[in-house]
Write a protein that binds this ligand. Structure first.
Ligand code: HEC
Length: 214
């Protein structure tokens, strides 16, 4: 190594140990300036423009993705009666559904699901069928000419599953002051569904809807 010692000392002398006034080594200066440049970039990237995920955001995102994967593992990618019933056993899913219901459904089905503009969801009577998959199809596709919106685009299949899981848990709650029964009783539906297997396609659901009260 080149000896860069200058003869200029700072005049400090401690027991014969003197302090030189040397240039700072380049490697040291590069580290310092590099750190400053990095800090500015880091600040802009995470704080000012919010491009990068903060640790909290990264964590939340991972939790979200894990929840999504969890749904697919537990409920399957296919929506069936069984998969929807299974979902009602998972408190996190039902809670999520309850929140969605409070946001999107209460104005027509009432906060206790007793019905208002829309039918009572806690009684034993159903216009479009009580089977989980029938509820799911009704919520996904809506009943446009009767004022029930389609939730397919606004909520998407996962959140519709959650809200339907919640609705299933409210079946038979028979809340006080609910709207008068509309449609056919579960027993009647069961007879009908047994004769013709529960519709899984929206087309079939419409057929079922047309041949209403006897
Ligand atoms: C703008 C009012 C409105 C909103 C908001 C609404 N609904 Fe409905 N809903 C209705 C009406 C009206 C019907 C009855 C349709 C018919 O008569 O065919 C209905 C029917 C239903 C049915 C079928 C009931 C049966 O007897 O077969 C289900 C299930 C349902 N809604 C769930 C939901 C869910 C879940 C949400 C929120 C994501 C929701 N609704 C939001 C008005 C609404």
């Amino acid at each position: 190594m080149v000896d860069q010692h200058t003869e200029v000392t700072l005049g400090h002398n401690y027991d014969g140990i003197e302090e030189f006034d040397n240039r700072l080594p380049n490697w040291w200066l590069f580290t310092l300036y590099g750190a400053i440049v990095f800090a500015v970039g880091y600040w802009l990237f995470y704080q000012t423009f919010g491009i990068g995920y903060s640790q909290n955001q990264a964590w939340n995102r991972e939790v979200e993705l894990a929840a999504q994967a969890q749904i697919e593992r537990e409920m399957g990618k296919e929506v069936t009666d069984a998969s929807l019933l299974l979902m009602t056993k998972v408190p996190a899913q039902v809670d999520a559904g309850a929140k969605i219901f409070q946001q999107k459904c209460v104005q027509c089905h009432r906060a206790d699901q007793g019905g208002d503009i829309g039918p009572n969801l806690t009684d034993d009577y159903w216009i479009h069928g009580p089977d989980p998959i029938q509820l799911y199809n009704t919520a996904m596709n809506g009943v446009q000419d009767k004022g029930m919106p389609s939730w397919k685009d606004q909520l998407g299949p996962v959140r519709v599953r959650q809200v339907v899981a919640f609705v299933i848990t409210r079946k038979g709650a028979n809340v006080a002051g609910g709207k008068a029964p509309q449609g056919k009783s579960t027993a009647e539906w069961e007879k009908e569904n047994a004769a013709a297997p529960a519709p899984t396609a929206p087309e079939k659901l419409k057929e079922a809807a047309v041949e209403k009260p006897k």
